[in-house]
Design a protein around this ligand. Structure first.
Ligand code: SIN
Length: 300
């Protein structure tokens, strides 16, 4: 655990914490841990499940190497962390994303295209913060990777909050930012949402500083869906949100995941931001990831 984090709320190490510490090795960076000692194609015993949950609580991002899960197994593993979320994104044929879906740069004929289908994924965000109950955990599995690049980046919002000057922390504690699907689409240059989408997910205010329900640690809750600050003039709120985002995504708070074949990666949206990076020849090489999301609770 890096020194920018305050100690977790509980002190005595439970057996699952001890097992998690021997199963996972911290990554060389601000967050995350990895293991190559798990085979998720078979059900895990109770002790191992608890060890994985404890490691997730400690590290907020886990990398499990050498996996090749079908949709069913990936769903089963993800649901160990909570109920699986549905999606609003529509495919070309009008149907919605499956619970376990793919993120690709391939067109309907299976050819790589130069422009991403979901360009907003390339902006810093925390999944579905525009919902009353935003996503808890997102899981990606590498299916096809470009020879180089195609990385995913993660920023540690707890460390970023802890590194803020005391005066800024006092200024922002207790503020709420309005999260809006419609704002996000404008901000990222994406197609506007339909009236049905807006009716299903109207703008909602969440704490700008949220408290992690398991560790009790505070973190910044910001990103591309954060439109303005409740009770502040719009320009002042926008300036504050941009200032916080710039602070929170400095290199010192960021881990860059360089994908390897067989990687399964999942992270805690309650305290991390993430974004895809376009650092590969998108029109030439295939990049396919399987994705599933676990539903979270109302941020506090
Ligand atoms: C995502 O934002 O869920 C996808 C990230 C990626 O494609 O690397």
């Amino acid at each position: 655990m890096n020194s920018l984090h305050a100690p977790a709320a509980s002190s005595a190490a439970a057996p699952a914490d001890v097992a998690a510490r021997s199963l996972f090795t911290p990554l060389d960076g601000i967050i995350g841990a990895e293991t190559d000692s798990l085979d998720l194609s078979r059900p895990l015993d109770g002790g191992t499940v608890e060890a994985v949950r404890a490691a997730f609580r400690d590290h907020h991002l886990l990398v499990i190497r050498n996996q090749s899960l079908d949709k069913e197994r990936m769903y089963r593993f993800a649901e160990l962390f909570g109920p699986i979320e549905g999606h609003m994104i529509r495919l070309a044929d009008g149907s919605k994303w499956d619970a376990v879906h793919t993120i690709t740069n391939l067109d309907a004929a299976g050819n790589p295209v130069a422009k991403p289908f979901i360009s907003s994924n390339y902006f810093w965000h925390t999944d579905k913060s525009f919902l009353r109950e935003p996503s808890l955990l997102t899981m990606l599995q590498a299916v096809e990777l470009p020879p180089n690049g195609g990385d995913t980046q993660f920023a540690d919002m707890t460390a970023a909050y802890n590194a803020l000057p005391e005066a800024t922390r006092r200024r922002i504690d207790g503020l709420k930012s309005v999260q809006s699907l419609e704002f996000m689409r404008r901000y990222t240059g994406s197609a506007p949402p339909t009236e049905d989408d807006i009716a299903a997910a109207p703008p909602i205010a969440h704490p700008l500083v949220r408290t992690h329900p398991e560790t009790g640690r505070k973190s910044l809750y910001i990103g591309m869906y954060s439109s303005h600050i409740e009770g502040l003039p719009e320009e002042e709120g926008r300036a504050l949100l941009e200032e916080l985002l710039e602070h929170a995504t400095q290199d010192r708070f960021v881990y860059t995941h360089r994908w390897q074949h067989g990687d399964l990666v999942f992270w805690d949206n309650r305290c991390l931001l993430h974004r895809a990076t376009a650092n590969y020849e998108m029109g030439k090489h295939r990049r396919v990831l399987m994705r599933v999301v676990v539903k979270g609770s109302v941020p506090e």
